[in-house]
Design a protein around this ligand. Structure first.
Ligand SMILES: [Zn+2]
Length: 230
């Protein structure tokens, strides 16, 4: 099973706490990260050919904006970040469930994974142990470029897994949130397929369905993008 490390503060070093670093976990983290990147990259590669052949419709654009706003704006920024990580506001259980689902459709990791990483980031901002600091990769142009890569994506291929029971027991112990968490990959799939379904039903054509899947699902929900700010 995953090993857990807890380095006690030494001298002026901060507490480095509870991150599983076993090869098994890092491999699983890497596979999950690549899997989440794939739909967005595929979408970006296919999009120019699709535009050449079929153009872009108002419905495609509308679905793209709707899914982008719902997943990144509402789900990840308002839900995962402000509400679940920082507790900036309180709300009802049904709305918490909806925020958790929309954030999961944003394909940046499951709820407890996202919150655990982000709480750890705030605990150790820009010092050793910060999961995705761009400022710890050395000096000079090479260090800056290494930091840019690490801060945006590289960290998710090499970093361990913060222990959710340490960082967010307040979420892990809520049954309906734990259920959303368990079904994370299904929600990602729903974020891809749902706009395709809408596109297909509105136009009653396969091109309408694929347009929805491509623009709103692949590029809107899962497009590679940076995480919300602090
Ligand atoms: Zn924050």
């Amino acid at each position: 099973m995953a090993e857990t490390t807890q380095a006690v503060a030494a001298g002026e070093k901060p507490l480095v706490s509870l991150v599983s670093t076993s090869k098994q976990v890092v491999r699983a983290h890497r596979a999950s990260s690549l899997l989440m990147l794939a739909p967005g990259v595929l979408g970006v590669l296919v999009a120019p050919f699709w535009v050449q052949r079929f153009g872009v419709t108002v419905l495609d654009l509308g679905l793209f904006l709707a899914m982008y706003w719902l997943t990144l704006g509402v789900g990840l920024s308002v839900g995962f970040h402000r509400h679940f990580t920082h507790g900036s506001f309180q709300t009802s259980a049904p709305l918490r469930w909806l925020l958790a689902v929309l954030g999961s459709m944003g394909a940046q990791g499951s709820l407890t994974y996202w919150v655990a990483v982000h709480r750890r980031h705030h605990e150790l901002s820009d010092v050793e142990g910060d999961p995705h600091s761009p400022n710890l990769a050395g000096r000079g142009i090479a260090g800056t470029l290494r930091g840019l890569w690490h801060g945006h994506y590289g960290w998710s291929l090499s970093y361990g897994l913060p222990n959710a029971m340490h960082y967010c027991p307040d979420l892990a112990r809520v049954p309906y949130l734990a259920a959303v968490n368990r079904n994370y990959r299904k929600w990602v799939l729903a974020g891809l397929l749902l706009p395709g379904l809408v596109g297909g039903l509105v136009t009653w054509t396969w091109t309408g369905a694929f347009g929805g899947l491509l623009w709103a699902g692949s590029c809107g929900s899962s497009c590679p993008r940076t995480r919300p700010g602090p």
